[in-house]
Design a protein around this ligand. Structure first.
Ligand code: R1P
Ligand code: URA
Length: 235
């Protein structure tokens, strides 16, 4: 047991899918995994291990925001030996070439997070995804004929009251999507020698105002879930 996860060592697979929303984790466990067993209920951050196409995979919520993500990513890697962290999250976009419900493989992340200033002072660290995970996920997305693209993403502390001019500027500089967790996951994975990748669905397009319902966020992001699972089984 770690501080926030009640699983025993060995209960969690080497590869884990990490949605922010614990109910998305439950949906995946119940609809995609075979013989899924729930290993965590602390704080409602549900975590499950089962098999997908014969391979042992875990799926767990992380909660929202970088501090929450960093707690779970750190414990998963350090206390449970998790090697591959694959975030599957909803996201926003200000980019004119990105379409609503496109899938974005986040190759590297821009962030203004204080967590990075704390860790690297005035040095500008570039949190990046593992190249093998990027290549695998992107190829699988193409093979499945999904609307996948790869490129820069950004992670902000704010969901509301973000710096809108900066979001727009970032889009001009080819940032494709924004979320609230990826930068912290990439930083933790790098620090402890694990591999990480964020696959984001552009659920909220800021230029077109297209969005989706909370229920859809829990139960209908099938393209992203399939891409995450198919990536997980070839690692
Ligand atoms: O859909 P999830 O994975 O929770 O991700 C996005 O959704 C939440 C905001 O609604 C934030 O956690 C953001 O990063
Ligand atoms: O950061 C985020 C995540 C999801 N949707 C948004 O609009 N922004």
């Amino acid at each position: 047991m770690s501080f926030h996860i009640e699983a025993k060592v060995g209960d969690i697979a080497e590869t884990i899918l990490l949605p922010g929303d614990p109910m998305r984790a439950k949906f995946i466990a119940e609809n995609y995994l075979e013989n899924a067993v729930c290993y965590n209920r602390i704080r409602g951050i549900l975590g499950y291990t089962g098999t997908y196409k014969g391979k042992r995979i875990s799926v767990q919520g992380t909660g929202m925001g970088m501090p929450s993500m960093s707690i779970y990513a750190t414990e998963l890697v350090n206390d449970y030996g998790v090697k591959n962290l694959i975030r599957i999250g909803s996201s926003g976009s200000y980019h004119a070439d990105v379409k609503h419900m496109d899938l974005v493989v986040g190759t590297a992340v821009c962030t203004s997070s204080a967590m990075f200033r704390h860790e690297f002072e005035n040095f500008s660290y570039a949190p990046a995804a593992d190249f093998k995970l990027v290549r695998t996920a992107y190829d699988i997305g193409e093979k499945l004929n999904l609307p996948v693209r790869a490129g820069l993403i950004m992670t902000e502390d704010h969901f509301y009251d973000g710096n809108e001019p900066m979001y727009k500027k970032m889009a001009q500089y080819q940032v494709l999507a924004c979320d609230n967790e990826s930068a912290a996951m990439y930083m933790v994975a790098a620090k402890y020698n694990a591999r990480a990748l964020s696959i984001l669905t552009v659920t909220d397009h800021m230029l077109t105002n297209e969005t989706i319902t909370p229920e859809t966020r829990e139960t209908a992001l099938h393209d992203m879930i399939r891409m995450g699972l198919e990536t997980a089984i070839v690692l």
